[in-house]
Write a protein that binds this ligand. Structure first.
Ligand code: NG6
Ligand code: CA
Length: 517
């Protein structure tokens, strides 16, 4: 009888074991090839996430990732604006090496060369399925794009097997989704025309037709009107293809979820480019009023919900233990970025930049230091890390992780740091804001004295343009209040020399007319 019981329990154990493996799919057998999910928010500030100090803004799902993974306190985007940061994330190269890597209009040609090595290309070499869903903003085509034909080259030509994107930003035309090079729901009898310089005859604009607007513009953003929202650039036609702004979060989320379900049996890379909290901030009605901070807070709550839903999909498909999730933002925060949307008026005590100085477009810390979280259930021990890491490092780190030999010079293999096994981050980093560059080494930051206004009055953010060199020690001055350049001339010279060794000297073109040694 005892033997019979033993035999029975053995059978049961065996059956459970096989069931489990089956339920988890083939994917779990490839531990060396985890799925990679990059959740990339747009303009989410260092202080915009609960665990990073946003006490009044509920972000339980991002907090859950941070509390269950590595929460980096010293993590950076390369740049204080979108296109350059995205360029660096996907290529592993500093964007200032490419003169064209600036904020791009919706008509810009593809910024990444089709023969350039990219993160998705490298992963494809290792057998991954690759996808981009969400914001692109890296240019499309090679000249004047005809939006009514196959749009190429684009994401599919630089390594993505599947793409479902908005071309540029939510505030720029064309306001349509593009799936694998084709505008979705386009009626060939109503072709799309786009122009960034002049309007099409008879088309209303934000400037001339304020009566048609449901959201007012503050600066820029007064060209074509789509869904009552004035945009940057002029657009005609493509009525049936135009997106509904309030549905954008759901649209990208559902695509991303479907993609995961469809590819659960093979290693996949999902680059999920969320549009929040970039302008225009258009929460779905479900989220309106949820933050008490107006649309900017509401879309952060919405974005957080999306993160939670995506997580649930990975969980339901049994993929959490075989998926590295990386959540971060392309640049720092801005309140008034060109629309009258109460971001300033309803802010209350919330600090989008946390204790950092500056914000989007700024060379000060809040321009580039962003929330940065890695999460891999069972593989990463929960912890806070103060290692210096940057999105440019994801290329070589992920390559190392999946066993690829591809490396790009600017991109350091910090795979152990991203997995929480080491605290040995970068030694230094070149920071960029609207084509100006500064330098971080150890706990020090050196900012050359660039020409231009100290305050960007439109967005009310300090630019980081100083009248003389800036030298700050973040170890005891995270808010960059004490310029030590005069007090510590040797440290300053050491920083300038180390900076020039990487950056070269052409940054000097735009600096104040100082007598440099
Ligand atoms: C600026 C826009 C701003 C935003 C930014 C790009 C104006 C006045 N301002 O030129 O609203 O669209 O470009 O943001 O047009 S980013 O996050 O994509 O870099
Ligand atoms: Ca951005």
């Amino acid at each position: 009888m005892r033997y019979l019981l033993l035999l029975l329990s053995c059978c049961l154990l065996y059956a459970c074991g096989t069931n489990q493996t089956q339920a988890q799919g083939k994917n779990t057998t490839k531990k060396s090839q985890p799925n990679i999910v990059v959740i990339y928010l747009d303009d989410l500030g260092y202080g915009d996430v609960g665990v990073y100090g946003a006490d009044n803004l509920p972000t339980p799902n991002m907090d859950k990732l941070a509390n269950g993974g590595v929460m980096f306190t010293d993590g950076y985007a390369t740049s204080a604006t979108c296109s350059p940061s995205r360029y660096a994330l996907l290529t592993g190269s500093y964007p200032w090496r490419n003169k064209k890597a600036k904020i791009l209009p919706g008509t810009a040609p593809l910024l990444i060369k089709t023969d350039q090595m990219t993160l998705p290309k490298m992963l494809k070499e290792k057998g991954y399925q690759t996808s981009v869903i969400g914001k692109w903003h890296l240019g499309l085509g090679s000249g004047l794009v005809n939006w009514n034909q196959n749009i190429s080259p684009g994401p599919n030509e630089i390594g993505f097997d599947y793409s479902y994107i908005m071309a540029a930003t939510q505030d720029r035309v064309p306001t349509v989704y593009i799936e694998n090079g084709k505008v979705r729901n386009l009626d060939p009898n109503d072709p799309i025309e786009i122009d960034y310089k002049k309007n099409f005859e008879g088309q209303p604009t934000g400037l001339d037709n304020p009566e048609l607007l449901k959201m007012g513009w503050h600066h820029g953003h007064n060209s074509s009107i789509v869904n009552g929202i004035p945009r940057i650039g002029y657009m005609k036609g493509g009525e049936s293809a135009r997106w509904v702004d309030e549905n954008m979060a759901d649209t990208f989320l559902v695509r991303a979820q479907n993609y995961i379900v469809e590819h659960k049996d093979e290693p996949f890379f999902l680059y999920y480019g969320m549009q929040q909290p970039h302008v225009p901030r258009t929460p779905h009605p479900r989220f309106v009023g949820k933050s008490g901070m107006g649309p900017r807070g509401d879309v952060i709550v919405e974005a957080d919900w999306c993160v939670g839903e995506l997580y649930k999909t990975l969980e339901k498909e049994g993929l959490l233990e075989n998926t590295l999730i990386i959540l971060t933002s392309d640049n720092g925060p801005v309140l008034n970025d060109g629309y009258n949307d109460d971001a300033v008026e309803k802010l209350g005590d919330h600090k989008p930049s946390g204790n950092l100085r500056g914000g989007k477009y700024s060379l000060f810390e809040a321009g580039t230091r962003v929330p940065f979280i890695t999460y891999w259930k069972g593989a990463i021990q929960p912890q806070k890390s103060d290692a210096l890491v940057c999105q440019v490092d994801l290329f070589s780190s992920i390559a190392a992780l999946v066993g690829s030999k591809q490396r790009v010079a600017d991109s350091e293999d910090l795979s152990d740091v991203f997995l929480g096994k080491s605290n040995n981050g970068r030694k230094n980093l070149v920071l960029e804001a609207t084509t100006r560059t500064a330098f971080r080494q150890g706990t020090w930051v050196m900012i050359p004295p660039f020409r231009g206004q100290a305050l960007n009055k439109k967005v009310n953010i300090e630019t980081g343009n100083l009248t003389d060199f800036g030298l700050f020690n973040l170890a005891d001055d995270i808010g960059q209040q004490n310029n030590l350049a005069k007090e510590q001339p040797e440290k300053l010279q050491e920083m300038i020399a180390a900076f020039e060794a990487i950056r070269g000297k052409d940054y000097k073109k735009n600096i104040q007319n100082l007598k440099l040694k």
